[in-house]
Unconditional design. Sequence first.
Length: 124
Amino acid sequence: MPVSKFQHTVTPADTAASVGSGDLEVLSTPRLMTWCEQASYQVCRVVIEPDRTTVGTLVTFEHVRGSAVGAELTIECAKPINDGRRLVCAVTVKDHDGDEVGRGEFARSVVDPDRFMAKCQPQG
């Protein structure tokens, strides 16, 4: 299955200590998941109609290895599989040595942007 690749370098702003998810100067899980979510969004954009967008609905993810500031990571996102209700992307993250840092699935629903936003407005 075709895979799209995205590169990121861990900065001090990406650490657990910086984002508040821990006290170590290593890549935070929330930042890593954000990068993976961005990858799934970009990959899904190319398979949907131009007047639609996608929204994240489900994440299953495992952060399996720490990464220090300066580490260069590659997020690999497979072409989405349509499970009938959503687009599901398999995502893996590897460091420059090819060691796995994380893996998971990111599900996104295809929506009409105007209808979706109308439903998000406060009722009053």
